[in-house]
Design a protein around this ligand. Structure first.
Ligand SMILES: *Cc1c(COP(=O)(O)O)cnc(C)c1O
Length: 479
C-alpha cells in the first residue's frame, strides 16, 4: 500500500514514512491510493474475531512495512480489557426498541469512551502510542510532540504516550480554562516524559504558539518536533475498526445494513466511517451531527463549505465539537471529486485562502453525494442537548454526555424502518458534569479509578503566552 497527498504531490509513501509526519509536502493530507475491498467471505470470517484481531486484519490491509507478527502484537497490547474496561472493547447498548414488539432495536449507543481518558480519542491514540514507540525504537530516533489542547485531545495524547521510549510530550493548554476534572486528568500524570504547560491565555494563544514553533523549521529539525493531531492517517485508520465491530454486533448477516450517527467536529471520526463504507462495510447512512458550530451541516445541506473566523466560533456545552473549520474534511472532498488533486488544491489552497469558502452546490458530484456516499447531516443546540440528556435518562436510565446527546438528537431525525441506527458515544458524562447537572439536577457517576483525582499532586508549569519561553522550556527538557 502506498499513500498519496490530496493535493496531487507525486510522492508515493509507505505507512511508516507517513506515521510520524503531519501534512504532505504540498500541504495536503495523506490517503491510501485505494481502499482495499472486503468481500463477503472475509466479512463473515471477521465476525467472530476479538477486537484486537479484527484491528490487526484491517490494519494489515493498510500497513505492509511492519512484520505481521509485530503488528498483531501491537494490536493485542493496545486493545485489552484492562485498558478499555470490557472484553468487547466497544460494546453496543440498545437504547430503544419499537413499541410494535418486533424485537428489533432501532437505536444503539456504541461505547467508545471507556479508555483511560473517557473519550473516544483513546481508541486511536492508544494505538498511536504503541506504533510510535515501535517505529522510533526501530529507527533509533526520538520525537518531541508539541500540542495545544482545550481538553480531550491533549489528555488522550498524554495517556497514550506516558512512559513510551523515545517520546516526550509538551502539551500547552489555556491556564484555568479546562474543567477541574480535565485539569486533574492531565496534571496528575507524574511521568517524566510528559510536560504540561498551562499558558496564560486562551486556546487560540496555545495554537498560535504551536504554529509558530512548527514554522521555525530550524528549531523543528533540531528538536525533532512532531504532532499527533487529528489529520494523522494512523489515527483515522484505527477508528475504522470500530465501525466494523459495531456493525458485527448489531447484525447477524452481511445482508443487513446499519447507519451510524457521529458527533462531529474535525471530521476525523466520521471520515473513518466513510473509509469503512468505501471498503464495502454495509453502511446505509453516515449521519454527521454538529452542534451550534454547523460548518459541516451547512455543507451537507447546501453544498457550500464556509469556514468561520474565531469570532464566529461559539463556545458550547459540547466543546470538543467547537471548530471553525473541519481539518479532515479535505479527505472526503478528495473522494467526492474523483480524487483530482488539482481541484482540491484550487479549492482548499487557493479558494479557501482568498474567499474563506467554496460552493459545490452546482457540481453533479455534490448532488449525488448522499446517494453515493450515504452522507446526511443535522445540528443540535444547547436546549436540544439538555432535552436529549433528560429524555434518555428518564426513559432508558442511561446517562449520556453532551456530545453524544447531539448525536442522539440528530440520529432521531434520520431513523429508517428496518435499519438499526448506531450512535457513537464519544465521551462519558462525568467529563461534562456541569451540563449534566443542568439537565438532570444530579451529578454523573465517576468511574472508581477517577475518585478524588482533583486532590492529587499536580505536575504543571504555568508559562506566559510567549513562544520564546516555550522554546526555551523545550530546549532545556529534551536531553
Ligand atoms: C474530538 C471529539 C469529537 C469530534 O470528533 P472529530 O473526529 O473531530 O469529528 C466529538 N466528541 C468528543 C467527545 C470529542 O472528544
Amino acid at each position: 500500500m502506498r499513500y498519496i497527498s490530496t493535493r496531487g504531490h507525486s510522492d508515493r509513501k509507505r505507512f511508516c514514512e507517513i506515521l510520524l509526519e503531519g501534512l504532505a509536502p504540498d500541504g495536503g493530507l495523506y490517503l491510501p491510493e485505494h481502499y482495499p475491498q472486503v468481500e463477503e467471505a472475509r466479512l463473515t470470517a471477521w465476525r467472530s474475531l476479538s477486537y484486537a484481531d479484527l484491528a490487526f486484519e484491517i490494519l494489515s490491509l493498510y500497513i505492509d512495512d511492519i512484520p505481521a507478527a509485530d503488528l498483531r502484537a501491537i494490536c493485542r497490547k493496545t486493545y485489552t480489557e484492562e485498558v478499555f474496561g470490557t472484553k468487547e472493547i466497544v460494546p453496543l447498548r440498545p437504547l430503544e426498541s419499537p413499541s410494535t414488539g418486533s424485537g428489533q432495536t432501532v437505536l444503539y449507543l456504541e461505547a467508545l469512551s471507556n479508555g483511560p481518558t473517557l473519550a473516544f480519542k483513546d481508541m486511536a491514540m492508544q494505538l498511536l502510542g504503541n506504533l510510535f514507540e515501535y517505529e522510533l525504537t526501530r529507527r533509533g530516533e526520538e520525537i518531541n510532540i508539541l500540542g495545544a489542547t482545550s481538553g480531550d485531545t491533549g489528555s488522550a495524547a498524554e495517556y497514550a504516550m506516558r512512559g513510551k521510549k523515545g517520546v516526550r510530550v509538551f502539551m500547552t493548554s489555556p491556564n484555568g480554562r479546562m474543567s477541574p476534572f480535565q485539569q486533574a486528568q492531565m496534571f496528575s500524570l507524574q511521568d517524566t516524559n510528559i510536560h504540561n504547560l498551562a499558558v496564560e491565555g486562551v486556546f487560540d494563544d496555545c495554537q498560535d504558539i504551536v504554529k509558530a514553533v512548527s514554522n521555525d523549521l530550524e528549531f523543528k529539525r533540531q528538536y525533532k518536533i512532531g504532532t499527533v493531531n487529528s489529520i494523522n492517517w494512523a489515527r483515522l485508520m484505527a477508528q475504522v475498526v470500530y465501525y466494523f465491530s459495531g456493525y458485527f454486533q448489531a447484525t447477524r448477516s452481511n445482508a443487513e445494513k446499519v447507519s451510524f450517527t457521529v458527533p462531529s467536529g474535525n471530521f476525523g471520526n466520521v471520515c473513518a466511517g466513510h473509509v469503512a463504507r468505501s471498503m464495502g462495510l454495509p453502511i446505509d447512512k453516515l449521519v454527521v451531527a454538529t452542534n451550534e458550530n454547523d460548518v459541516l451541516d451547512e455543507f451537507f445541506r447546501t453544498g457550500v463549505y464556509r469556514v468561520r473566523g474565531s469570532a464566529d466560533t461559539f463556545e458550547t456545552s459540547s466543546p470538543s465539537m467547537d471548530i471553525s473549520k473541519a481539518s479532515n474534511f479535505e479527505r472526503f472532498v478528495f473522494d467526492l471529486l474523483g480524487r483530482d488533486g488539482n481541484k482540491i488544491k484550487a479549492l482548499f489552497h487557493d479558494q479557501l485562502a482568498s474567499q474563506g469558502s467554496f460552493d459545490l452546490s452546482h457540481d453533479p458530484a455534490f448532488k449525488s453525494a448522499a446517494q453515493r456516499y450515504g452522507f446526511v447531516s443535522g445540528k443540535s443546540s444547547h436546549a436540544d442537548r439538555l432535552a436529549m440528556i433528560k429524555d434518555t435518562y428518564e426513559r432508558f436510565g442511561t446517562m449520556i454526555d453532551t456530545h453524544t446527546a447531539d448525536g442522539v438528537k440528530v440520529a432521531r431525525e434520520h431513523l429508517q424502518p428496518g435499519v438499526p441506527m448506531i450512535v457513537l458515544e464519544t465521551a462519558l458524562p462525568i467529563k461534562f458534569a456541569e451540563t449534566i447537572e443542568e439537565a438532570l439536577g444530579k451529578t454523573p457517576e465517576r468511574p472508581a479509578r477517577f475518585e478524588g483525582i482533583e486532590a492529587l499532586p499536580k505536575r504543571v508549569k504555568i508559562v506566559p503566552a510567549d513562544v520564546t519561553v516555550i522554546k526555551r522550556y523545550i530546549a532545556e527538557n529534551v536531553h
